[in-house]
Write a protein that binds this ligand. Structure first.
Ligand SMILES: Cc1ncc(COP(=O)(O)O)c(C=O)c1O
Length: 402
């Protein structure tokens, strides 16, 4: 029997939203530490001003903070330059931006896009919209029996018509971790570009986009203990430089006349309008917070909690677990004979918050043969009391449903 390492981080007190609540829905959105909440309050209070345009000191200072955050994001994910960092509303907007400004421009009828069976709708629908418009075809990489993207199958099915591959780094349902470097090598072997959806990876794994050798990488700040409404698209500079603007408006221009408008260089070209200034400040504070703890420590902490939860749930024989043994921070399960919504509702009565539903991954649900799953997802503030409360709550559900 494997020995389960105890979870070691003890950070609950940093999160006013957690308290004695057993919050197991961090994959949907993470609670915020006081450091982030305070940074946001300061940015909306004593420090508040617009960026890029002000001739007064406060605006100049806010601009410095806003652009320093871009450098911080670049360092955080190993980007070669801060000019490769585009601020977007979140991963969803980042993927739509690539679909509209890269795929819609570069792909032609008959070209193919490769996705996987476990993708979030955000990494399916934008590609379908483009594919329909240009007559491209979408193919789907199957999963291994334990719920990983099957890279052997991907290597066997990819061909030169595949111009783009888009895969989740960590599954939001199964927690399975993609060997993103191998996926990139397979994509590049036929000249395809690869986008990695890092929404669930960035809060729990150290990410280096250059080491992964991907072409596009997206994530949302709110899953990284930062604010909603802000996220990041990273792309290789040469790709961004060749992409037309996403939206037109203020800030993204070089020169405007009624005859012709020229555009600012990337990344400014993709950031039309007054940006989410305070969101960027909050994202910067979230990165500081996470880096002070260290992604390796966070990953180890979450793995220990998942291992404890898996062992406890496996010993309840009416439970089916989904996903691989080494899933990162996310555990989906089914209590036989009880709808996941009932499981979630009863758990809520015991102070345990899980997610129940299709998790924006309906094709994966179909593949698993279920309508929905119950999902417990852990964060930096989770501890063993959360696992104990989950197990106790599930015993209550079982008792209620006989
Ligand atoms: C794997 C994955 N991709 C994309 C998204 C979309 O993120 P957002 O809604 O923040 O744009 C999510 C959110 O749940 C996710 O888990």
């Amino acid at each position: 029997m494997s020995v389960i390492a105890p979870a070691r981080l003890s950070l609950r007190h940093d999160f006013p939203g957690v308290g004695d609540w057993h919050y197991l829905d961090s994959a949907a959105t993470a609670q915020k530490p006081t450091a982030v909440i305070d940074a946001i309050a300061r940015a909306y209070g004593a420090d508040y001003a617009t960026v890029h345009r002000g001739v007064y000191a406060r605006s100049a200072n806010m601009t410095l903070a806003y652009e320093a955050a871009r450098r911080k994001v670049a360092d955080f994910i190993g980007a070669a330059s801060d000019s490769e960092i585009v601020y977007v509303r979140g991963a969803t907007e980042g993927i739509n931006l690539v679909a509209q400004c890269w795929a819609a421009e570069q792909l032609k009828a008959g070209d193919r896009i490769l996705l996987s069976m476990l993708e979030h709708h955000s990494n399916i629908v934008p590609w379908q919209m483009v594919a329909e418009k240009i007559g491209a075809v979408i193919d789907v990489v199957p999963l291994t029996d334990d719920g990983r993207i099957d890279l052997d199958a991907m290597a066997a099915m990819i061909r030169p018509e595949h111009r783009l591959v888009a895969l989740a780094h960590v599954s939001n349902v199964l927690g399975s971790v993609l060997d993103a470097r191998r996926a990139a090598d397979i994509a590049h072997s036929v000249g395809a570009k690869i986008l990695i959806d890092g929404c669930q990876a960035v809060p729990r794994l150290a990410v280096d986009v250059q080491a992964l050798d991907c072409d596009f990488y997206v994530f949302s700040a709110h899953k990284l203990y930062g604010p909603t409404g802000i996220g990041v698209l990273w792309a290789r500079k040469a790709l961004l430089d060749a992409m037309p603007p996403y939206q037109g408006g203020g800030s993204m221009i070089d020169k405007v006349t009624f005859e012709k408008t020229t555009y600012a260089p990337a990344p400014t070209r993709f950031e039309a309008g007054t940006p989410h200034i305070v969101g960027v400040v909050g994202l910067s504070a979230a990165i500081d917070y996470v880096q002070a703890i260290g992604l390796d420590a966070i990953h180890a902490h979450e793995c220990a909690l998942v291992a404890k939860a898996r062992a406890a749930l496996e010993s309840m024989n009416s439970i089916r677990l989904f996903g691989p043994e080494d899933s990162a921070g996310i555990l989906s399960f089914e209590l036989r004979g009880v709808h996941p919504h009932d499981v979630g509702t009863i758990l809520d009565e015991t102070g345990v918050a899980i997610r129940a539903g299709h998790h924006c991954a309906q094709p994966l649900m179909r593949h698993l043969g279920v309508e929905a799953t119950a999902r417990a997802s852990f964060g930096i503030y989770s501890d063993e009391s959360d696992v104990d409360a989950l197990v106790k709550g599930l015993e209550r559900v079982r008792k209620i449903f006989g």
